[in-house]
Design a protein around this ligand. Structure first.
Ligand code: CP
Length: 317
């Protein structure tokens, strides 16, 4: 890896981790450290994005991502608008492009979008002048989730390169997996993925990861275990016999966690299916950093908004 210094993001948008260099990822994570410090102050607000307008356009359900973007925007003093597809003219048949162009007519600076279709954010970036931030597009990417995951790993382990990271669950339908594989590969982690054969993406090894159908092999001596949700809403057909059997073979239990390193951390992007991919004792137990991930989502999203806004390095935080 080169040790080139970067002071900004070369792209105008954040559409995926695929477009970021390792240096740009490092810059976002370092900027997020400063943003986390803002969030620890008695008055958690800086004027950096005063006068900027950000629209949060969510065509799919979200708790963590939508809320943390809004908190991040407010902490940076941006003017924010939240639009859910269910209360917009999308329900009357308006297209994505027409919706975006009409919102653009009100001159926002940035649009944060979640959409069920892979590539929807790329489409918006082609037709809009605003900066587009991908908050999850279909089964393609969820870049800010991977960035906050990396921030959380670095916070607990001090590094990412050389760590054994096991990612387990419904890999086939996961945009979080793809963004994490791209990011962790760029930062030099040793990544293991585990899933039943029916939920394993056929081309996963092209990301340079080890794949297995044995959860125990993936977890053995792991520094980090990341569990992914069974995405029933994206499944057509039967991918496993029953949720109970899935938990028996692929659910994370305390007993299975004991195969990992003693200082392992357990992560989950949420929402969790307790008793399906993860036991409550693990989700709420001493290894869990799941709520730290949520807290760090605000700082990381502040960093992304800041770096894409055109605010300069010297701007006061
Ligand atoms: N991790 C995540 O994207 O959660 P939400 O769907 O609640 O935003």
């Amino acid at each position: 890896m080169t040790t080139q210094t970067v002071t900004g993001l070369k792209g105008k948008h954040l559409l995926g981790i695929a477009d970021l260099s390792a240096e740009e990822i490092g810059l976002i994570l370092e900027t997020a450290e400063a943003m986390k410090e803002v969030g620890a102050r008695p008055i958690k607000k800086v004027p950096t994005l005063r006068g900027k307008t950000v629209i949060n356009l969510f065509f799919e359900a979200s708790t963590r991502t939508r809320t943390s973007f809004e908190v991040a925007e407010k902490r940076l003093s941006a003017d924010t608008l939240n639009i859910a597809a269910s209360t917009s003219s999308v329900v009357k048949g308006e297209t994505l492009v027409d919706t975006a162009l009409n919102l653009e007519a009100m001159a926002p600076d940035m649009i944060v979008m979640r959409h069920a279709s892979s590539g929807a954010c790329h489409l918006l970036a082609r037709v809009c002048k605003s900066r587009i931030i991908n908050a999850g597009d279909g089964m393609h990417e969820h870049p800010t989730q991977a960035l906050l995951d990396a921030f959380t790993i670095r916070e607990h382990k001090g590094r990412i390169g050389g760590l054994k990271i096991a990612i387990i669950g419904d890999l086939l339908h996961s945009r979080v997996l793809r963004s994490n594989l791209l990011l962790l590969g760029k930062l030099g982690a040793e990544v293991w993925v585990a899933a039943p054969p029916t939920l394993m993406p056929p081309d996963v090894e092209r990301f340079g990861v080890h794949s297995t159908t044995s959860i125990d092999e993936a977890v053995r001596d792991a520094d980090v275990v990341m569990m992914l949700r069974i995405q029933l809403e994206r499944m057509q057909g039967n991918f496993f016999p029953s949720l109970r059997e899935y938990f028996t073979v692929f659910g994370m239990t305390e007993e299975r966690m004991r195969r990992a390193k003693p200082d392992v951390i357990i992560m989950h992007p949420g929402p969790m299916n307790r008793g399906v991919e993860i036991a409550s004792e693990v989700a709420d137990g001493p290894y869990s950093v799941i709520l730290n991930q949520v807290a760090n989502g605000v700082a990381v999203r502040m960093a992304v908004l800041f770096l894409l806004s055109g605010a300069s390095e010297g701007d006061q935080l």
